[in-house]
Design a protein around this ligand. Structure first.
Ligand code: GLU
Ligand code: ASP
Length: 496
């Protein structure tokens, strides 16, 4: 594989053609738009598909199990980004990884679209976990490749891309939420079509728009390494295979023990990452200090996503069971609430971007923004405990409570999420920069691994306590983080 320099790659991408941005952004925007369309469309109805009775077209699982599966699945989807990032870096290059990822994801949605049984459902999850791991971190990192280092359109490029994510996430629940009334499988079919359109756009426009971006394998495996890694891979696969074959009949590997294992990995993997980065001889003293500064930010991010991601689990159940869905003469689909978060993001992201520019030097520091992020996430859970406080848990709740709670999370999300990725890129040591995208997604993976345990504690009887304790912990952590933010800022050694 020939080596291209950063300049050659940037020169190969037509630098105008998409709202004053490089043409490549068109390709990446629409690929990710359709990928997120399929992902969030599927997730908007998956939880209902799992716990609805068989007579209503569902799988008839318990609510508790359905919520745990949603969380564990979400966790694995973001955890697999490490493997996707590694494969792109060492084997495929990012562009091919995105393509293969899209194919896996599409097949995953097709498996769900076929009316079938639990086996197809499990197969679909495996395909989507692998596919998203290949696609998501890599499509995002190509965005960085198409701008030169000193191009001041770079941050705006990421913001446009972020809008694409949320536009896809906004539209699909509206469509699949309507279709699920007829059949869940129709809804999953639409998700498959969405990913297909994304793949067609990617393949048809990548040569012209992306040039050399994403083609290079940055750090290809040497022949020796290849042999070693594939041997390790084969041995691990065989060991896991034998373990599973023995453990399932013996009753050692139950669903509960599986989610416990993922829960542990959710924290063990980032911890290992931090230790390896900290101890690496390629990391210098300034970078070590920045790693220490990043740890509390990472933990805050875990807290934030733990609440935000419950929007598609606990709050989806709340929308279905606790909310009055007949509103102003309409019957609302419970899946439609999933469109609110991205709708608010699209509406308010430009206002926040304007606000930070307007505040200039007076804007909150990075740790303070993280602290605001978890503050609003915590308040959103306090908001959603109020209906039970005022009206008990028997009466159906006005849907506007959910709207208000989701709106509050979004205020937090706009303080934390757009800053998070750029903070990760600035604070991670240079030698690990290829993996920063995956590192950031690991905070979401850890959050959802935690959620798989937390959601078991929710029931209408424990509702107030549940929202109150989690919301209270988030608010407490926010205050703590705010208090130590000058110290974190000092450890960041000049990063703003
Ligand atoms: N809503 C975000 C997305 O789908 C979540 C990912 C993250 O953890 O940043 O891109
Ligand atoms: N706001 C989420 C993200 O940035 C999307 C969602 O939760 O629907 O992609």
């Amino acid at each position: 594989m020939s080596e291209y320099t950063k300049e050659q790659i940037v020169e190969s991408v037509p630098q105008k053609g998409f709202f004053g941005h490089p043409k490549g952004l068109f390709t990446l925007f629409f690929t990710e738009f359709w990928e997120r369309f399929s992902y969030y469309g599927m997730r908007a109805i998956l939880v209902f598909y799992m716990y609805y009775e068989v007579s209503k077209g569902g799988l008839g699982l318990s609510e508790e199990l359905a919520l745990s599966v949603m969380s564990i699945y979400g966790s694995l989807v973001y955890m697999s980004g490490i493997i996707g990032g590694w494969l792109a870096d060492r084997v495929f290059g990012t562009s091919r990884a995105v393509f293969f990822g899209g194919v896996f994801i599409m097949l995953g949605h097709i498996a769900l679209a076929i009316p079938g049984n639990v086996a197809l459902f499990l197969l679909s999850m495996v395909l989507i976990v692998i596919g998203t791991g290949l696609l998501k971190p890599n499509v995002s990192s190509i965005v960085g490749d198409i701008y030169s280092m000193d191009d001041n359109r770079r941050d705006a490029g990421f913001s446009i891309f972020y809008m694409g994510i949320n536009m896809g996430a906004f539209i699909s629940p509206l469509i699949v939420g309507e279709l699920m009334k007829t059949s869940f499988h129709l809804g999953f079919g639409v998700a498959a079509i969405g990913m297909f359109i994304g793949l067609v756009i990617f393949v048809a426009t990548k040569k012209k728009n992306l040039g050399l971006a994403g083609l290079q394998v940055k750090n290809p495996l040497s022949a020796n390494e290849k042999k070693r890694i594939f041997t390790i891979f084969a041995v691990v696969a065989i060991v896991i295979g034998i373990f599973v074959a023995i453990a399932i009949p013996k009753g050692w590997l139950t669903f509960d023990s599986f989610i416990a294992i993922v829960g542990i990995l959710g924290f063990l993997i980032p911890a290992a990452y931090f230790i390896v980065m900290y101890r690496s001889p390629k990391t210098n003293d300034v970078e070590r200090s920045r790693i220490l500064a990043y740890i509390p930010l990472f933990l805050a991010s875990v807290m934030f996503w733990a609440i935000q991601e419950q929007g598609s689990t606990i709050l989806a159940l709340y929308a279905d069971k606790r909310t009055n869905l007949d509103f102003m003469g309409f019957h609302i689909s419970p899946a439609w609430f999933q469109s609110l978060n991205p709708l608010f993001i699209i509406t308010f992201a430009p206002i926040f971007a304007w606000l930070w520019v307007k505040l200039g030097n007076r804007q909150p520091s990075i740790p303070q923004k993280f602290s605001l992020g978890i503050l609003f996430a915590g308040i959103s859970f306090i908001v959603i405990l109020l209906p039970a406080y005022f009206g008990g848990t028997d009466a159906l709740v006005n849907p506007l409570w959910l709207v208000l709670s989701i709106f509050t999370v979004v205020i937090g999300e706009l303080c934390l999420s757009p800053v998070g990725l750029s903070a990760t890129t600035k604070l991670a040591p240079a030698a690990f920069s290829a993996q920063t995208m995956s590192l950031w997604f690991l905070s979401n993976a850890a959050a959802q691994a935690l959620n798989a345990q937390l959601v078991k504690l929710y029931s209408p009887e424990t509702e107030m306590m549940y929202f109150g304790v989690i919301g209270g912990v988030a608010i407490g952590l926010s205050i703590l983080l705010f208090a130590i933010s000058p110290i974190i800022q000092r450890f960041m050694r000049g990063v703003h």
